[in-house]
Design a protein around this ligand. Structure first.
Ligand code: T5A
Length: 210
């Protein structure tokens, strides 16, 4: 591989994605490894401007789909791909699997079309590793704070998202690392580092100076 690793973090709201991704960003910083923490929706200027609308306005499924995709197309072309090509690790909080899980499995849009549209928006850029933090809906939503219209959906919606992610992880087992998000954060951190060590030879598992 002649570009830096691209790692995405996925899961239902409150699963712990942002917490784990930011923790890894700190570890990379300490190790002086060039890296970028970014997120969707909102990683591009367009997405940042659209974020309040996306998270709060009632939207048709196809409308929200195209807004998420517009953000992603811009984000990949202007931020993610250039960073990777310069040797910067990219940690992205949500990416294409969010579209499959939310707009596909939960909202019911056609998965076949969503895969094609994701391909178009990303120009085929796939993550090298996707960390899926899996947690029961009631545990995750208790951690999240009802900040947006997605979190306010009913339990069945979030359960469909969760099951969608698990389905996707089975389609691409080499890409996914599925972590049990009910474990203490320290355990998740250790599991993530073990995976990074196996894939990219970073750090020694069990070292105390991380
Ligand atoms: N969306 C997004 C789509 O529908 N389609 C798409 O294509 C895309 C890209 C984004 C929304 O947009 C939708 C999906 C989402 O609904 P958002 O505001 O960006 O919404 O929200 P989230 O990404 O879901 O962020 P959250 O903050 O809600 O969830 P996280 O990041 O999973 O949770 P985090 O890390 O903030 O942790 C929540 C709390 O739990 C604690 C943390 O300290 C924090 O207080 N915590 C733990 N506690 C105990 N044990 C652990 N292991 C813990 N890990 C974290």
């Amino acid at each position: 591989m002649n570009r830096a690793p691209f790692i995405t973090f996925e899961g239902i709201e409150g699963a712990g994605k942002t917490t784990l991704a930011l923790w890894l960003a700190e570890r990379l910083k300490e190790a002086r490894i060039p890296h970028l923490f970014t997120y969707e929706p909102g990683g591009s200027e367009i997405g940042y401007a659209l974020r309040p609308l996306l998270l709060n306005a009632p939207l048709e499924p196809a409308t929200e789909l195209f807004l998420f995709l517009a953000d992603r197309a811009q984000h990949v072309a202007r931020t993610i791909r250039p960073a990777l090509e310069q040797g910067t690790w990219v940690l992205c909080d949500r990416y294409t699997d969010s579209t499959l899980a939310y707009q596909g499995y939960a909202r019911g849009l056609d998965l076949h079309w969503l895969r094609i549209l994701n391909q178009l928006a990303t120009d085929g850029l796939e993550p090298d590793l996707t960390v899926l933090i899996d947690a029961p809906v009631e545990v995750a939503l208790r951690r999240a704070t009802q900040r947006n219209r997605f979190e306010a959906q009913d339990v069945a919606f979030h359960e469909a998202v969760r099951q969608g992610y698990l389905q996707e992880s089975k389609r691409a087992p080499q890409r996914f690392l599925v972590l049990d998000g009910t474990q203490p954060l320290s355990v998740l951190q250790e599991q993530l580092i073990t995976e990074l060590q196996a894939r990219w030879g970073l750090w020694q598992a069990g070292r105390r100076d991380r």
